[in-house]
Design a protein around this ligand. Sequence first.
Ligand SMILES: [Fe+2]
Ligand SMILES: [Fe+2]
Length: 288
Amino acid sequence: MRKFFPVEELARDERFNKITMRDRMGDPRTALNVSTDASGKRTNNFRLTPGRRDASDGARGLMHGIFVGEIQALEGAGRTCWDFETDTEAPFALKLDMARQCWDEARHVEISVKLSDWMGSEIGQYAENTVLFEAACSTDPVLRLAGVNRALEGLAIDVFTTMKEFGDLAGDPYLEFCEDWMLADEVTHVKMGSDWLRKITENDPDRRKKALEFQSVVDKLFSYGGTRSDSQESPIGLARRFRELAGFTDDEVADIAEVSMQALNERKSAVAKMREAADQFASSAAAE
Ligand SMILES: [Fe+2]
Ligand SMILES: [Fe+2]
């Protein structure tokens, strides 16, 4: 069996549509784009809650994103078991952890399919971008764990916490409990990433630095537009307590909070500029 499998050749049937991260964020059904509440009033609270006008589409889109993320997490953890020589490149115990993760992710795929069905959507209704698997293509297992387990599954902790609260507020015990159980697994996966990163790079500060840099690149990429931050203006909150349980230090959580707020502020100023330009255009058109 070949090692280091290219992202272009991932097995997907005709239901799946691959798009870029940029296109995905441009999907008008994404939870990021709508700024009115259920009564149609403009609001600064974008948190994904049942009170949002686009709550159904936003929650379904997020659920589909979770579903394709679970497939790629399964594929990535599986590759880490296979791509590296045992002990010389990756400790046997690390591979055992990745094998356990495969088992969890396979279960999450099944849960996500059933939840999507329960929420009234189907496979392929939203597109897939494969950034998660791409982060799992690094030739260094420590970089994979930093990028996938710490950055992306760290984001999964934030997403599951928001979706769990959504289920609670919507009075949907299926959604709430499923998200809660998957959240518990994700905290374990992130903890595996934190523990192995520290253990393997204990006497190799350069490798640790490289891995943390890779993690922060992935974190930044997924902070796009301020989708996730402490502010209610972000659809997804930052799950500080669960991140602590997953082995993030206070400083690391503070860094992610800062990067997320920066991304949110950048988006807000870009939107303000566009509105200003639109207003100017409208007033000059009216004057003519
Ligand atoms: Fe998962
Ligand atoms: Fe996971």
